[in-house]
Design a protein around this ligand. Structure first.
Ligand code: ADP
Ligand code: MG
Length: 348
């Protein structure tokens, strides 16, 4: 046996993004119609008159959701939304989805029907059709994988690698709330586990819990962009966290970024809950994730087009790569922005 063959690298050494890079090194695009492969929110395929946009995401029980506090209907809804968000992040319209599930015999038909109620609710709200999928068994736990396919116009497609120095960095809504919603649900779970008699105390936390359990994708924003005749220079959705997404955008575009802490929108509910948990609100906002807002960059000449759009906040500027990715704090200090994006791969 050769030495190379014996080498064993732990996946945690590479991290999620390092692992994807390593596995996809040889994914050359040889088909003329493959416009964009690995590396963006969705793949882009040339269909002549229009572009087809394709993305897939898997949700794994115990990693992405906990059924102790995730209603099945919400789970189905979220599984669809996280995919549609990647299609919108290309400035395209989702049209169809497929849903693949793997489940153990712990789940009843009725439980699965509830998940599908959520899936159908998302299909109805976002105007997409469920057109297929796959069903199989799993020795343990529930897996849901959704693939979404959409359509977009060539001139309007927004990639991650096209931000330019001087562009303004915008975001479509507040961040950090979904993460704090999760902290809240986890806390109540632990309290419940140690004392099942105690009723969960989630009163007046609808906003945070809602952001975690029932996120929405920004279909409305894509429509507003079209109305305002605005084509962002680059765009990405916030799944892993603002900091991590800014890094992706900068790395791929070969630029740096200057983010104003005061420009990062945080809801009061999130700020108060962060303080309650003794967490720094801005860290929650930048590293929390699962907000499914859109981060996009615009040419400054388009400023007038976003000024009056509801829910658009300007949080920084694209700078030269050599200036790095920096955060200008409210206190007037300038720090390197840290991306704490990823979670460790668990053990079997
Ligand atoms: P997002 O957070 O937008 O869903 P990801 O971080 O999951 O994006 O993925 C980044 C890019 O890597 C995407 O283009 C995705 O299609 C690609 N990718 C992720 N995992 C794999 C894999 N196992 N094989 C090939 N491509 C992958
Ligand atoms: Mg994405």
């Amino acid at each position: 046996m050769s030495k190379d063959y014996q080498k064993r690298t732990d996946v945690n050494e590479l991290g999620e993004f390092g692992l994807i890079d390593r596995l996809t090194q040889k994914a050359d695009l040889t088909e003329k119609s493959s416009i964009k492969g690995v590396g963006d929110d969705a793949a882009v395929i040339d269909n002549g008159d229009y572009l087809t946009v394709l993305t897939t995401d898997m949700l794994v029980e115990g990693i992405h959701f906990d059924l102790m506090y995730t209603p099945l209907k919400h789970l189905g809804y979220k599984a669809v939304v996280v995919n549609l968000s990647d299609i919108y992040a290309m400035n395209a319209q989702p049209k169809q989805i497929t849903v693949s599930i793997a489940l153990s015999n712990r789940f009843s038909v009725e439980a699965l029907e509830e998940i599908y109620e959520g899936i159908y609710a998302a299909c109805k709200w976002y105007g997409v059709d469920l057109v297929g999928g796959d069903t199989t068994s799993s020795p343990k736990g529930l897996f849901i994988s959704v693939t979404a396919i959409g359509q977009g116009e060539r001139e309007k497609m927004t990639y991650r690698n096209t931000a330019k120095v001087g562009d303004l960095i915008c975001i479509t809504g507040d961040v950090g709330a979904a993460y704090l919603g999760l902290q809240l649900l986890e806390r109540e779970k632990q309290i419940y586990l140690s004392n099942p008699g105690v009723k969960p105390d989630l009163e007046e936390q609808d906003y945070l819990v809602g952001r975690q359990l029932k996120p929405e994708a920004r279909k409305d924003m894509i429509e507003l962009f079209a109305k305002a005749k605005l084509v962002p220079t680059a765009m990405i959705d916030v799944s892993d966290g603002v900091a991590s997404e800014i890094f992706h955008l900068c790395k791929q575009s070969g630029v740096g970024a200057f983010i104003e802490e005061s420009g990062v929108p945080i809801r009061t509910e999130a700020e108060l809950m962060a303080i309650k948990f003794k967490l720094d609100p801005i860290t929650c906002a930048l590293s929390g994730g699962e907000d499914y807002e859109l981060i996009f960059t615009i040419d400054p000449k388009d400023l007038d087009k976003v000024k009056y759009l509801p829910d658009v906040y300007i949080m920084g500027e694209i700078v030269d790569a050599k200036d790095g990715v920096k955060l200008h704090t409210k206190g007037g200090n300038i720090h390197e922005l840290k991306a704490q994006g990823w979670r460790h791969f668990g053990q079997d």
